[in-house]
Design a protein around this ligand. Structure first.
Ligand code: HEM
Ligand code: HEM
Length: 142
């Protein structure tokens, strides 16, 4: 059970990074004038999958840590950043949904959505490093 959260989140991060690169081609087309096409449906599909997987994975991590150590946020930085990231990912998801509900030309909302997505992915990469550390420090014997 304790081995589940890491690989799950690692898969979520890979899907999230792929989504980011799909979004990046939208960003360069909109703001830097490059002519690359935006794979809209694919971005939305994988973006939803990544957000939901990572948020569910953060909750799973909390629950597994609680079961194993009978406490909340025992891992320190990994736990705090993880909960913060779940909120940021919920914002990425919500702003994305707002844009797909009604398609029109926008500037500010895509920028906010894309910046939050970028921030979320940076944070998730940091989580992979600290999460690996947590598994080395805490999970010996589980
Ligand atoms: C890991 C999750 C995600 C990341 C990293 C991400 C990243 C990005 C980036 C970088 C852009 C380009 C922004 C710009 O042009 O300034 C973008 C655009 C967009 N994203 Fe996402 N996104 C994610 C999830 C989602 C989800 C879940 C949805 C919908 C449910 C969504 C819908 C859209 C739409 C519709 C646009 C185009 C907006 C426009 O130019 O009008 N994204 N995204
Ligand atoms: C490859 C990446 C990751 C690895 C190897 C990893 C590893 C771990 C480990 C070993 C734990 C201890 C409990 C358990 O095993 O479930 C944990 C807990 C946790 N993880 Fe991760 N993690 C990763 C990514 C993430 C990400 C991306 C998030 C958030 C979006 C996250 C959020 C959390 C939270 C909230 C906890 C509970 C911590 C606590 O209560 O102190 N993790 N993680």
């Amino acid at each position: 059970m304790m081995d589940l959260h890491g690989p799950w989140q690692a898969l979520g991060i890979m899907i999230g990074l792929y989504t980011f690169f799909l979004g990046w081609s939208r960003f360069t087309a909109q703001h830097l004038g490059s002519g690359r096409a935006f794979k809209f449906k694919r971005h939305v599909f994988f973006g939803q999958a990544a957000c939901l997987m990572l948020i569910a994975g953060a909750m799973g991590g909390l629950i597994l840590a609680r079961i194993a150590w009978r406490g909340w946020l025992i891992t320190g930085l990994h736990g705090y950043l993880g909960v913060g990231l779940a909120f940021i990912l919920a914002l990425v998801f919500t702003t994305g949904k707002m844009m797909t509900k009604k398609l029109k030309k926008r500037k500010a909302l895509p920028l906010l959505h894309g910046s939050l997505g970028f921030l979320a992915m940076l944070g998730c990469l940091a989580q992979a490093v600290s999460g690996w550390q947590v598994s080395q420090d805490f999970l010996a014997g589980f």
